[in-house]
Ligand binder design. Structure first.
Ligand SMILES: *Cc1c(COP(=O)(O)O)cnc(C)c1O
Length: 220
């Protein structure tokens, strides 16, 4: 068995075990295999094993890697987990099934416009700058409610919140805050948790965890 598949199966077991311990959780969290920077050959064993969800952080790189793969594997779901510039929205919407980085009114407007042209509705997460970091994008905690209402007024398909907590910090308190925010908005999905902290994220009701290096290895 390819090492990436072994890694994924181990993580699946841990996710399931953690999920079973959490009495509040409703559905088994999905694992997004974050394949950014890795070549197709390295990803293929995981695809062949039947895994569904994949994450990329750059639109161009994703288009080059996934356009054909998605045609050949119709059940693959592709997630954009990196920043989306308005000039890439058209390409992004035609390629990705989920966008985790909705972070401004300008982007919401653009998505609204392009979706009308393309006649589709992509599932969206609002990215929250939960640590209030200057260098990170995302809607600030206090503005999330208003921003969500704005997205609703455009009839965007916002399914949940997403965050990337500050590095090198105990992420638990941020995950707890995200869980409360998500609950307040009555959203079904919550995208948080990476290789280092996905089990804590699941304790706080994450429904999508985004895991890269623990599946595919260190990125160069
Ligand atoms: C790269 C990335 C991940 C995966 O990180 P790992 O530590 O490799 O699991 C998750 N989320 C986002 C937004 C990323 O950019």
């Amino acid at each position: 068995m390819h090492i990436t598949v072994e890694n994924l199966l181990k993580i699946k077991e841990k996710v399931k075990a953690k999920f079973d311990l959490n009495k509040n959780s409703i559905k088994l969290p999905e694992i997004i295999a974050v394949s950014k920077t890795f070549k197709i050959n390295h990803i293929l064993p995981v695809i062949d094993q039947g895994h569904i969800h994949y994450g990329e952080n750059k639109v161009q790189e994703a288009a080059e890697k996934w356009t054909n793969l998605k045609k050949e594997n119709k059940n693959i779901k592709l997630h954009l987990i990196g920043r989306l510039q308005t000039n890439k929205v058209k390409l992004a919407l035609s390629l990705f099934d989920y966008i985790h980085s909705l972070d401004s009114k300008k982007l919401a407007d653009k998505i609204f416009n392009i979706q009308q042209q393309l006649n589709l509705k992509t599932k969206l997460f609002i990215q929250v700058n939960i640590g209030n970091e200057d260098q990170k994008s995302g809607i600030s905690k206090n503005d999330v409610h208003d921003f969500y209402n704005y997205c609703k007024s455009l009839k965007l398909d916002v399914i949940g919140l997403m965050c990337i907590p500050p590095f090198n910090e105990d992420t638990k308190k941020y995950f707890e805050e995200m869980d409360v925010l998500n609950e307040k908005l009555n959203l079904d999905e919550l995208s948080m948790g990476m290789s280092s902290d996905y089990l804590e994220a699941i304790e706080n009701n994450a429904t999508f965890v985004r895991i890269g290096s623990s599946i595919f290895g260190q990125r160069s």
